[in-house]
Ligand binder design. Structure first.
Ligand code: PLP
Length: 375
């Protein structure tokens, strides 16, 4: 049976895990400030520290390295601004929270598959000896392409640079190890992995001296002041505890691959991006040439299917995505690309629902092209 609604926009935000909802409800019922010395304060402190251990375990880091923030955006800003390096290099496909936090940063190019070039980073770092910070995401939010972060970090460290990695989209979908990646700073966001919105973390290796950005009450060992968002932190910890079981994404990958096979069979003009390189198991970026992403998203929404446009809408005009543009896609192709992203509870029926609605749109488009209306 066709579902009434099919949510295929998990890279935008994932549903709250029941474990997270329970943890949040428990804190909201009995709130406390972790800085208070009485029993409620001590209970809140215990909750925060248990969540810190769970978040650290998710990314193979030490609990002391976890600095809770208001989300991925703040974690990215904290990494870029607080690392205090005169020179910053970021990949050309970073999330806007990196690109806009470091507008003067040098851009490291990607190839046509959307993979950041290790050689280009090496050349850029060799050209200028000033101390640098390099920021490259682990997996791209639009294309799903997984970046060679361990190789990039090794090159960057050879040049004495610090390395930050935005792992917001990767965590919970792939095993993530700060130690194996060899990065100094790593950003996380709870709502992408089954926790609530408004909470995230920056993982700061103990060898890194972080210049605090928010100052005041000395929370988070002086690295991020402000009374802790205990309910959010509890939800993040509970979600992180479950998100380590990335094996559930094997099923998601099979569903996603079946979706792409079906697309190739029924819509020959469709272009699926980056199929030849390592990608997140849940993401498909697909263009329907000649049909704007906006039209596709609206038509799908009318049919009850929720996906994202692979393009940002600003001042009422759809701009081609900077990610697809950096991969060499022309503006027309980039403007006709949507992102379909799956998650742990996505069903075959939801994929069929998408395919029905999308291929119906394709057939309408093809019919109009074959028989243009008389003027
Ligand atoms: N980094 C990436 C790669 C993202 O996809 C997002 C959110 O879409 C963010 C950072 C921002 O995270 P948050 O929504 O928690 O601020």
């Amino acid at each position: 049976m066709t579902p009434r609604e099919s949510y295929l926009d998990w890279n935008a935000t994932a549903p709250l895990r029941s474990e997270a909802a329970q943890a949040i409800a428990a804190i909201l019922a009995e709130p406390g400030n972790p800085s208070s010395v009485h029993r409620r304060g001590r209970a809140a402190r215990q909750t925060v520290e248990a969540a810190r251990r769970a978040v650290a375990a998710l990314v193979d880091a030490a609990p002391d390295w976890v600095v809770f923030t208001s989300g991925g955006t703040e974690a990215n800003h904290l990494a870029l601004r607080a690392a205090d390096r005169p020179r910053v290099l970021v990949s050309s496909i970073e999330h806007s929270s990196i690109l806009e936090a470091a507008p003067t940063a040098q851009r490291i190019p990607v190839d046509r598959d959307g993979v950041v070039s290790v050689d280009a980073l090496d050349r850029l770092l060799a050209a200028d000896p000033r101390p640098a910070l390099v920021s490259v995401m682990l997996a791209n939010n639009e294309s799903g392409v997984v970046q060679p972060v361990a190789d990039l970090a090794a090159v960057a460290h050879r040049h004495g640079a610090l390395v930050h990695c935005d792992a917001v989209q990767a965590a919970g979908k792939l095993p993530v190890s700060v130690a194996a990646l060899g990065v100094d700073l790593l950003s996380l966001s709870a709502h992408k992995l089954g926790g609530p919105t408004g909470i995230g973390a920056l993982i700061v290796h103990d060898a890194v001296e972080l210049r605090p950005w928010l100052r005041g009450g000395g929370q988070e060992h002086g690295r991020r002041a402000g009374t802790e968002n205990v309910a959010g932190i509890a939800g993040f910890g509970a979600a992180a505890g479950v998100a380590g079981e990335t094996g559930i994404y094997d099923r998601v990958r099979r569903l996603r691959d079946a979706l792409e096979t079906e697309i190739a069979g029924t819509v020959p003009e469709a272009v699926v991006f980056a199929t030849g390189v390592a990608r997140l198991p849940n993401t498909t970026a697909v263009a329907l040439p000649g049909v704007s992403a906006e039209t596709q998203v609206i038509a799908l929404d009318l049919a009850g299917v929720m996906v994202s446009a692979g393009a940002a809408c600003s001042s009422g005009k759809v701009q081609p995505s900077h990610v697809l543009t950096a991969m060499g896609a022309g503006p027309d192709l980039a403007r006709s690309t949507i992102r379909v992203s799956l998650g742990w509870s996505t069903t075959e029926a939801e994929i069929a629902h998408f395919l029905d609605a999308w291929t119906a749109l394709y057939r309408r488009h093809r019919a109009r092209r074959v028989a243009p209306r008389a003027a």
